[in-house]
Design a protein around this ligand. Structure first.
Ligand code: HEC
Ligand code: HEC
Length: 353
């Protein structure tokens, strides 16, 4: 697990080599990170934790199912939808891939954070999220938290006397939590099917075939239904690339100035491109897309099927460079749209027969 190595690198620059009984385990990092993730006192005013917008009951997306989430300061809100953070650790560090001949990976809808550690440093200080004044404020809050002694035991006594070291340690602990089994259980009906333990219903199987078929749904072109070894095992349903699927703006949340990947790279061809999200647990993470425009999976699938022929869908916001090759007029029947939705419903973790 790549991120865990980074954690040790971050750890080794802390003044904590005098730890005595050897390095703390990944479990103690993750357990501490979990406490920080759920701490509602790390915002200003208090009341908003990472878990407020990324709750286990909604696969670590916003359990209120809002298009955009309110921040700690009354009346503030962001302009993007809070995604699931399950399976996020599999996103490679943001960068240009020679193989894809394009940008891939990173965290956030536009890859603006290199990786999970970099990501975890941001929400605390964003005005529309947790609104802490500066790194020193975070240090003071962690130093007076119920888990402060555990924090010192894991990262060394000196860490909590330095704001920058505290921030690095906090980010490392959160990333360790995000690396834990709880966020990547691979326990959906699809996983049970891949392991040969359960059958799909006829409708789910038809939906899967439509999802995979290049001349039908073609969804797997960007949301691969196979894992590293080419089988269905441990499929992530994203290739972590970027695309402009030609969505209309969400006027209700003032998303219209969101240029996506362009804001990160400055390449004109990246206007309106957003990271391909995982579809794992998608049935419990409504609403959909970077601006939360669509409320149901049926709407989302219909969008792919009929963007170019159903005027009720609305005008694409950035039509100049949208994808016209792989989606927009798929020729699926209403029943076939329903079948794909039934298949997407098999991707929810925690399946029991
Ligand atoms: C007020 C709601 C809110 C809070 C609080 C919040 N987030 Fe988020 N989170 C979001 C939104 C919205 C995005 C997407 C933002 C973007 O793409 O620019 C996001 C994106 C992410 C991502 C990237 C996922 C991906 O697939 O790209 C991770 C990881 C994440 N948050 C973790 C955290 C952590 C850790 C904390 C606490 C330190 C936190 N969030 C606090 C709303 C929130
Ligand atoms: C050309 C690549 C591509 C293809 C093909 C594709 N998608 Fe996507 N998908 C994306 C991108 C990129 C996003 C994020 C777009 C955004 O938010 O602006 C996305 C987002 C989604 C979402 C929203 C998920 C969320 O958490 O908000 C759903 C649902 C979805 N796709 C389902 C499908 C289905 C079903 C198909 C086949 C009918 C399909 N996709 C085909 C690239 C693709």
């Amino acid at each position: 697990m790549k991120s865990f190595l980074t954690i040790f690198l971050a750890f080794s620059i802390c003044a904590c080599s005098g730890g005595g009984d050897g390095a703390p385990s990944q479990q103690s990092f993750a357990a501490l990170g979990r406490k920080i993730f759920f701490d509602t006192n790390l915002s200003n005013p208090g009341g908003v934790a990472c878990a407020t917008c990324h709750s286990a009951e909604a696969a670590f997306s916003d359990p209120r199912h809002l298009a955009v989430s309110p921040g700690a300061v009354s009346g503030t809100q962001g302009t993007r939808n809070a995604p699931t953070i399950m399976y996020s650790l599999f996103s490679p560090a943001f960068g240009f891939s020679d193989e894809e001949e394009d940008y891939i990976g990173g965290q956030f809808h536009d890859g603006a954070a290199l990786d999970l550690e970099q990501q975890a440093m941001r929400p605390f200080f964003r005005h529309v999220e947790m609104n802490l004044t500066n790194h020193e404020t975070l240090r003071q809050k962690v130093a007076s938290a119920s888990y402060a002694s555990e924090f010192s035991a894991v990262f060394g006594e000196a860490t909590l006397s330095d704001a920058e070291q505290t921030l690095i340690a906090v980010a490392s602990a959160i990333a360790a939590f995000e690396n834990s089994q709880e966020l990547q259980p691979f326990s959906s009906k699809y996983d049970a099917w891949a392991a040969g333990q359960v059958q799909l219903t006829d409708q789910e199987r038809r939906g899967m075939e439509l999802f995979n078929a290049p001349n039908k749904g073609n969804c797997a072109a960007c949301h691969p239904s196979t894992g590293d070894d080419g089988s269905a095992t441990r499929a992530l349903f994203t290739d972590f690339t970027y695309d402009n699927v030609g969505l209309p703006a969400n006027k209700a949340v003032n998303s219209s100035s969101d240029l996506g990947l362009y804001a990160n790279t400055g390449r004109p061809s990246d206007v309106g491109r957003f990271k391909v999200p995982t579809l794992r647990n998608v049935a419990v993470t409504a609403p959909y897309f970077h601006h939360g425009l669509m409320k149901t999976l049926k709407e989302a699938v219909h969008f792919y099927n009929a963007r170019d022929i159903d005027s009720s869908i609305g005008t694409p916001e950035f039509a100049e460079n949208m994808n016209i090759l792989e989606l927009g007029n798929l020729g699926l029947t209403d029943q076939e749209e329903e079948d794909i939705v039934a298949f997407l419903n098999t991707l929810t973790d925690g399946y029991t027969e």
